[in-house]
Design a protein around this ligand. Structure first.
Ligand code: C2O
Ligand code: CU
Ligand code: CU
Length: 485
C-alpha cells in the first residue's frame, strides 16, 4: 500500500467540537451536533439502464424543495436537489428527453464522460431556450471506465448561477471496479456536496450579493440536500463513499474523525491500488471514491470539512471582506454511525491498471490569471485572454497525445478541467507525479505549475477546457478546444 498525505491529523479536542458548526440562522437547529435520524441516503430517485438503454424525461424548473428540513425554492431537475441519479453500463445507449422550464436558456453537460462533444452528445454550445425541448442521445463507449460522473448546465455566462441554484446530479457508470468482491461487498453511499445562499424566505440570493471574483460560496452546506445526514458503517465491514463536489466554488477538505480513507478512484477512474489518505481535498468538479474500514470503537464519527485557504483577491484584504469564517473552523458535513457488525471485510488489493501514456508530440503552455480586459473590464484570463466564443483558442489533432503545462500566476487557486478526454498528471512544479491516476479536473494552486498529459481519442469536434470555479469560467477563464479529425 502506498501512503501519501502524511500530514498531521487535525486534532479536534473539545474546542474543535464546539467550533465545528455553521453559524447559519435558518439552519441553526438542524445543524446542532446531534445528527438527524438516518436518512435513506440515496434519496434522489434512481434511473438505471434496462436492456442497454437509459431513457428518461428530464425537466429543469424552479420548484419548492425540502432542503435540510426547510422549504426553499431552488432550480431542480425533475423537482429534486440533488437531481436524479443516472446509472448506465459501458456500451449502453442514453436518451434524455430534456425540457427547459427555467426562465433562462440552459443545456446539459456530462462531466467526465468520454462521449462525442458534438450533435446531441456532450455539446455545450447548444442553447435550449425557456419552454424548449431537446433530445440528448449518445452511447457510453464499451471502453468507458466505471466511475462517478455527473451532469450539470453549461451555458457560458450562466453556469455558476444555475449550478448554484441546485442543478446537478450523479451519472454513474457501473463496470469492472464495481465487480471487485471487496468493493461489491462494501456498503455503498453517494455524497453530493452542494452549498446554497438563501434569504429568510428560502429564495436564492441573486448574484449581485455574492463575490463573483472569489467565486460564490453559500453558508448552507448540504450533503444530498440534507444538513448533517447520517450514514451507516457496518462494524468490521467497509463503507464505500462516492463523493462529488457539486459546489460552484467551494473546496472541501474532508476528514473522518478517527478514520482513514482508502481512496480507490479519482474523478471517474479507478486507481491501481487503494491509497491511504487522512484527508481528501476535493475542488469543484472533482470526485473521489473511498473505502472506510469499520474497525474502530463502534460509535458516531463526524465527517468534517476542514479549513482550506484557496487564496483571495489581494485588494479585498485577505478574505476579511468575504466573511469566510469557514476558513477557521471545521464544519460537520455528515455523521458516520457504526451499525450491526458484518463478516469481517478486508481491503481490495488490485483495482485498475493504469498504463503510462506515450511521449507527447506537442507541449503547450497555459497561464491562468485575472486582470483587466479592454472589452469586458475585470476578467479571468487564460494566456492573457478572456474566453471568446467566436475563436478557437486551442486546436489539437485527434489520435495524438499532448502535454499541457498549466501555470497559475494569480492569487487564487484554479481547478483546471477538460471535457471529453481524461488526462494524467505528469509533474507538479517540476516534481514527477508518483501516483498514476486518471483525472478530468486538477488543482493548479496559486504560484504553481502542473503538467498534464492528454490523449485525444475517438471523438473529433469542438469542446472546451476551463476553471471549474464556475464564476471564473463564466468570467472568461475558458478556452475553445478544437479536436481535428
Ligand atoms: Cu463540470 Cu465544463 O464542467
Ligand atoms: Cu465537464
Ligand atoms: Cu478559477
Amino acid at each position: 500500500m502506498v501512503k501519501i498525505n502524511r500530514r498531521q491529523f487535525i486534532i479536534l479536542g473539545a474546542a474543535g467540537a464546539g467550533a465545528a458548526l455553521v453559524g447559519n440562522q435558518l439552519w441553526k437547529r438542524a445543524n446542532s451536533s446531534k445528527p438527524l435520524p438516518p436518512s435513506s441516503a440515496n434519496i434522489s430517485p434512481l434511473h438505471q439502464s434496462k436492456n442497454g438503454l437509459l431513457e428518461l424525461d428530464l425537466e429543469a424548473r424552479e420548484r419548492p424543495v425540502n432542503l435540510g428540513g426547510k422549504q426553499v425554492y431552488l432550480l431542480t431537475y425533475n423537482g429534486q436537489v440533488p437531481a436524479p441519479r443516472l446509472e448506465a453500463k459501458p456500451g449502453d445507449r442514453v436518451r434524455i428527453h430534456f425540457n427547459n422550464n427555467l426562465s433562462q436558456p440552459t443545456n446539459l453537460h456530462y462531466h467526465g464522460l468520454h462521449i462525442p462533444p458534438t450533435g446531441n452528445g456532450d455539446n455545450v454550445f447548444l442553447r435550449i431556450n425557456p419552454g424548449e425541448k431537446f433530445n440528448y442521445e449518445f452511447e457510453i463507449a464499451k471502453n468507458q471506465a466505471a466511475g462517478t460522473f455527473w451532469y450539470h448546465p453549461h451555458l457560458h455566462g450562466l453556469v455558476a448561477e444555475q449550478l448554484f441554484g441546485g442543478l446537478a446530479g450523479l451519472f454513474i457508470v457501473r463496470g469492472e471496479l464495481d465487480e471487485i468482491p471487496e468493493i461489491k461487498a462494501a456498503q455503498e453511499e453517494f455524497l453530493v456536496l452542494q452549498d446554497f445562499s438563501l434569504d429568510e424566505g428560502g429564495r436564492l440570493l441573486s448574484s449581485m450579493h455574492m463575490s463573483l471574483m472569489m467565486g460564490r460560496e453559500g453558508d448552507v452546506i448540504t450533503v444530498n440536500g440534507q444538513v448533517n445526514p447520517s450514514f451507516a458503517l457496518p462494524e468490521a465491514g467497509l463503507l464505500r463513499l462516492r463523493i462529488l463536489n457539486a459546489s460552484t466554488s467551494r473546496f472541501y477538505r474532508l476528514s473522518l474523525e478517527n478514520h482513514l480513507f482508502y481512496q480507490i478512484a479519482t474523478d471517474g477512474n479507478g486507481l491501481n491500488e487503494p491509497i491511504e489518505v487522512r484527508e481528501l481535498l476535493l475542488t469543484p468538479g472533482q470526485r473521489a471514491d473511498v473505502l472506510v474500514k469499520g474497525d474502530k470503537q463502534p460509535g458516531q464519527y463526524r465527517l468534517l470539512n476542514l479549513p482550506y485557504d484557496r487564496g483571495s483577491m489581494g485588494m479585498m484584504g485577505g478574505g476579511g471582506m468575504m466573511g469566510r469564517n469557514d476558513r477557521e473552523v471545521p464544519i460537520v458535513l455528515a455523521t458516520v454511525k457504526y451499525e450491526s457488525s458484518v463478516e469481517s471485510l478486508t481491503l481490495p488489493t488490485k483495482l485498475a491498471s493504469i498504463s503510462a501514456l506515450p511521449e507527447p508530440k506537442t507541449v503547450r503552455s497555459f497561464e491562468l490569471n485575472h486582470g483587466m480586459s479592454p472589452a469586458v473590464g475585470m476578467a479571468f484570463l487564460i494566456n492573457g485572454e478572456p474566453y471568446r466564443s467566436d475563436r478557437i483558442q486551442t486546436q489539437v489533432q485527434l489520435d495524438t497525445v499532448e502535454d499541457w503545462e498549466i501555470t497559475n500566476t494569480g492569487v487564487m487557486d484554479h481547478p483546471f478541467h477538460i471535457h471529453v478526454n481524461s488526462f494524467q498528471v505528469i509533474s507538479r512544479n517540476g516534481q514527477p507525479e508518483s501516483l498514476p491516476a486518471w483525472r478530468d479536473t486538477v488543482l493548479v494552486p496559486r504560484g504553481e505549475t502542473v503538467r498534464i498529459r492528454i490523449p485525444f481519442r475517438d471523438f473529433a469536434g469542438l469542446t472546451v477546457y476551463h476553471c471549474h470555479i464556475l464564476d471564473h469560467e463564466d468570467l472568461g477563464m475558458m478556452g475553445n478546444l478544437m479536436i481535428k479529425a
